[in-house]
Write a protein that binds this ligand. Structure first.
Ligand SMILES: [Zn+2]
Length: 379
């Protein structure tokens, strides 16, 4: 073979390699836009889309599934949001567990597991986060997306240098893609503002009484293992905190600052007039002190850096060598939901709810999340 022919051949092989790599990464990229299946409880009344409440979201990456459980008896109307921040898996998985298990006898429960649907389609840059994590069930593993705190820039770009949100709060530019800074949203705003507007429309049209926004925070963040409450829900939050203490859960109470605008626990109360609570648990996988971000860190929550930081007194939660597993964080959210429902029934009996098959926190901790998730279809 002549020198010239060898040159042509090696160039061709390099070109072929580049095409293969592009195809592989393209497949990976497109997979990130595919949502995982959720298998609702047989008692589910209907699945709607957020665009049912706000048509401006139709055919956009911000549209998302809304699961409606309508009880036989009249009672309170409860909204539960998971996935406001898709890198906080305890909020998302708690919502999935509820959708797959509950039966509402009295009242109405509406659950949105992927509140920021766009945020589930990418990861935060430079964090080397996994795209997904697996949870074992009785008949094979289920895989769930691990996303970003923010809306995908493919769906909303560019960010301004400074974001003046719909309630007049000045924030850094990237917060324009943070659903929990965009309330009460804007009908003709950016995609994330439209999602926030859609959620406010849902609250109004479904006549919601109480809204719960499920989150997680880094263990070094001061607002953690917390119930953040709008002032219209102070009594409800305080009573729930006492209930939780009796059951061995230590949660701190944090009042929603009236001058920090754009957050669910502020604007759901101010704009939509409902009782509003945000719940936080401790998640090492999006903290700054973590080691490698892996599916195991997300699910098992073991991280030697956090265990060391805890010994040095640098954290706001106890963090032992065995870590804080996802099932423990989900159990904490479930315990808070139970305590809030019990307190709501005491304070406002006309708004009480009666929900069967609400997973017991102690059972979730003991048997694991897989015991409450349906096996994947086709397994
Ligand atoms: Zn969050």
């Amino acid at each position: 073979m002549t020198y010239f022919k060898r040159h042509i051949l090696s160039g061709f092989l390099l070109f072929l390699g580049a095409i293969c790599l592009s195809l592989l990464s393209g497949v990976q990229f497109l997979k990130m836009h595919k949502k995982e299946s959720i298998y609702p409880s047989e008692e589910l009344s209907s699945i709607k889309m957020l665009s049912t409440y706000f048509p401006g979201l139709k055919d956009t990456p911000g549209d998302t599934d809304v699961y409606v459980f309508q009880g036989q008896e009249e009672g309170g109307h409860l909204l539960i949001l998971g996935g406001t921040h898709p890198n906080e898996p305890a909020g998302f998985i708690t919502a999935v567990l509820l959708v797959e298990n509950i039966n509402v006898q009295r009242g109405k429960v509406i659950i949105v597991p992927r509140a920021n649907n766009s945020g589930f389609t990418h990861n935060d840059p430079q964090e080397a986060s996994p795209q997904s994590f697996g949870l074992g069930t009785s008949n094979g593993p289920r895989v769930f997306r691990y996303g970003s705190r923010l809306t995908n820039p493919i769906h909303q770009w560019p960010d301004p240098a400074l974001y003046l949100n719909p309630s007049g709060q000045k924030l850094s530019g990237t917060e324009i893609r943070n659903l929990n800074r965009c309330y009460p949203g804007k009908e003709k705003g950016y995609l994330t503002e439209k999602i926030a507007f859609g959620i406010i429309e849902l609250i109004k049209k479904e006549n919601i009484h109480l809204g719960l926004d499920l989150h997680e925070a880094a263990p070094e963040y001061p607002v953690i293992n917390a119930i953040v409450f709008h002032e219209n829900s102070a009594e409800l939050a305080a009573l729930a905190q006492m209930e939780l203490q009796l059951e061995g859960y230590d949660l701190r109470l944090e009042a929603s600052p009236s001058n920090l605008r754009g957050l669910s626990h502020r604007e759901w109360g101010d704009t939509a007039g409902i009782q509003a609570i945000l719940l936080e648990t401790a998640n090492a996988s999006h903290g700054r002190l973590k080691g490698e971000t892996s599916p195991s860190l997300i699910v098992e929550g073991k991280d030697k850096n956090y265990a060391r930081a805890s010994k040095l007194g640098l954290l706001f939660v106890p963090y032992a060598e065995e870590g804080i597993a996802l099932r423990v964080r989900v159990a904490r959210h479930l315990a808070s939901i139970r305590a809030l429902l019990k307190s709501l029934a005491e304070l406002s009996p006309e708004k009480s709810l009666d929900i069967d098959f609400l997973p017991l926190p102690s059972e979730v901790e003991r048997s694991g999340l897989g015991a409450f998730l349906k096996p994947p279809k086709g397994s």
